[in-house]
Design a protein around this ligand. Structure first.
Ligand code: G6P
Length: 607
């Protein structure tokens, strides 16, 4: 959700800033911009829309400065126009910002009353003016920032550049991520380590409230109380070539196809295959004492959490609450001692999930986090960190992170059940055997891509699509609907199959395709009854099941998608593949932008 980057160097920075922006574009693509200092003046290049438009502007009007800041935007305040594109600047100061300055209206009125002129509708521009006012009055840049930061409410990661000090940048972080990078005689700021990977792997993570003065010689970090502090320099472990599509037409396609490998990679850290046991990264973490689990997440991660609820309730027989982070945080629920709060996030930076985590911590909960970015804020605030090793996920629609989350959650639920005496060693061995089969089953599922592509042809014509499932396939139905909405803009709803007769069945006619996820298993017959209810009303069924399920219920369906027959525990992982590929191929037919769907962004660091 907005990406920022800054470089202080002795060499031109335009190309490197642009490369970093390319690696941040998943965070927003409403506009992009770069500023640097040339001949004693702040110079900006900005363009609305995707980064490629800024590329065109730069080709015609290159920048030669050796210090610069850059931004890729997901619009919050103000339309995605060039005048609202960052950097925002006065003659003295230029600023890029990720987050929301919540009190910007008050600050803007105050600044306008003092005669300041605004050229954008953004919240960010007030930051440039507040600092500029002080600098114009002779206050040093460092003091001007120090005085301005306490006036800002909300969330921000900022990179600030000063006309009169062309060899320095100031960065600040509150609620939005910001990392520092160190090179040979140059230094960097960025929203994440991925952006800085082509520049350096030597990075420092700023803490909440930190601000930093960056020069070619390095960084001087101050904490929220303005005390000088040291933040460890670590190896980011991020390779510079990870943001590459390889032979795939889209990142989403690559990431769908990576699933067998990354799920195997993820499971390797949890399963002891030979012993038939599961070990968590912190074996001494007391799971036996857990009396209640509260799961909180957003988007696709939330649906992974819903599936985990079925597993934890079934295997560990522990009560589970689940909520969207955006609801949970403002409900401010009271939580009993002895509870475990489980947060699920690909990025580890989603603002609502992070705020929910801090609320749960305040309520005395132990904090477990399933996260894909090990250096993220959530990872650093966890008592029990449960990493998914999915590698960087660039496609805005989450795919491989989801199946890796499921793999970790299945392992976690099993361990919880074992620790609570609800499963014995033989039960665990049984689960381990089936989980270990997941990568091969995912691979087999990918083998049905041609079949799925054909089905997608007919889906592309629909205005509305229903997805139905029961048990763990109900959240999967919602995930299927979300994937379709996100990248094809077709209206879709995921529903619990048994609940359909209480409303959505009124939508059914021959124009509404209904995707039914019904693998063989204890709930199969029940779901098939609901399928017949749809058929009886002329509905067009697309049935996703295994060979036995298709044999039993495929007759009369508009289309069937045959998945490998697997244990019910890993069925949601396997059936995730056809719903992802259905959305992907439908998007191709519709010609929408698969990797960067309109209005969306990854890593949502605003509320
Ligand atoms: C955004 C992304 C989704 C993601 C959700 C939660 O909406 O587009 O793909 O599922 O945020 O993100 P997180 O990083 O917390 O899993």
């Amino acid at each position: 959700m907005c990406g920022i980057v800054g470089i202080v160097s002795g060499l031109p920075v335009e190309d490197r800033l642009f490369t970093a922006l390319r690696r941040l574009e998943y965070r927003g693509y409403d506009s992009a911009g770069i500023a640097s200092i040339e001949d004693g003046a702040i110079v900006r290049r900005r363009a609305e829309g995707k980064l490629i438009n800024l590329g065109r502007v730069l080709a015609e009007h290159p920048l030669n400065g050796t210090t610069g800041i850059a931004h890729t935007r997901w619009a919050t305040h103000g339309a995605p126009t060039t005048s609202n594109a960052h950097p925002h600047a006065t003659g003295e100061v230029a600023v890029v910002h990720n987050g929301i300055i919540e009190n910007f209206k008050v600050l803007r009125d105050e600044l306008m009353a003092r005669g300041r002129h605004f050229e954008s509708e953004t919240d960010t521009e007030v930051v440039a003016h507040l600092i500029s006012e002080l600098v114009e009055d002779g206050v040093s840049p460092v003091d001007a920032v120090r005085q301005t930061l306490p006036r800002l409410r909300g969330a921000f990661a900022l990179a600030i550049m000063f006309r009169r000090q062309p060899d320095m940048l100031i960065g600040a972080r509150q609620g939005s991520p910001l990392v520092l990078g160190f090179g040979e005689n140059e230094a960097y700021l960025g929203s994440d380590a991925l952006a800085l990977a082509p520049l350096t792997r030597r990075i420092s993570y700023l803490e909440e409230g930190d601000w930093v003065v960056l020069t070619r010689a390095g960084a001087q970090v101050h904490d929220v109380a303005n005390q000088q502090v040291t933040r460890a320099v670590v190896d980011s472990g991020v390779s510079s070539d990870t943001a590459d599509k390889g032979n795939h037409p889209h990142f989403m396609h690559k990431e769908i196809h990576e699933q067998p490998v990354v799920v195997a990679q993820t499971l390797r850290s949890y399963l002891r295959r030979l012993e038939g046991t599961i070990s968590l990264p912190i074996p001494e973490f007391d799971l036996a004492g857990v009396k209640r689990v509260t799961i909180v997440a957003c988007g696709t991660s939330y649906y992974a959490g819903m599936i985990a609820r079925y597993w934890i309730e079934q295997f560990a027989e522990i009560p589970v609450d689940i909520d969207f982070a955006s609801e949970f945080r403002y409900r401010e629920p009271r939580m009993e001692n002895g509870g475990l709060a489980l947060f699920i996030s690909q990025s580890g930076e989603t603002a609502d999930t992070l705020a929910a985590l801090r609320h749960a911590r305040g309520e005395g909960q132990k904090i477990a986090v399933v996260v894909n970015v090990p250096s993220s804020t959530m990872a650093r605030e966890a008592d029990l960190l449960l990493p998914t090793n999915a590698g960087p996920e660039i496609g805005v629609a989450s795919t491989k992170a989801f199946t890796c989350q499921l793999a970790v959650l299945a392992a976690f639920a099993t361990n919880l059940a074992f620790a609570n005496g609800r499963m014995n060693a033989a039960d665990v061995r049984h689960v381990v055997r089936h989980l270990a089969e997941a990568p091969a089953a995912l691979n087999a599922a990918l083998g049905y891509e041609d079949e799925i592509r054909t089905v997608a042809q007919s889906l592309a014509e629909a205005r509305d699509v229903l997805f139905l499932g029961r048990g763990a396939d109900y959240p999967l139905a919602m995930e299927g609907a979300l994937k379709l909405k996100e990248i094809t803009y077709i209206h879709a709803e995921g529903y619990a199959a048994g609940e359909m007769k209480h409303g959505p069945i009124a939508l059914i006619d021959e124009d509404v395709p209904v995707v039914v996820i019904a693998p063989s298993g204890p709930l199969f017959e029940k779901t098939v009854s609901n399928l017949h209810e749809v058929q009886a009303r002329g509905g067009r069924i697309i049935l996703i099941s295994d060979y036995d399920g298709i044999e039993a219920a495929g007759a009369g369906c508009h289309a069937t998608i045959t998945m490998p027959k697997v244990h019910p525990l890993i069925a949601p992982l396997v059936n995730a593949v056809p719903i992802q590929l259905l959305a992907y191929h439908t998007a191709l037919v519709k010609g929408t932008d698969v990797d960067q769907p309109r209005n969306l962004a990854k890593s949502v660091t605003v509320e």
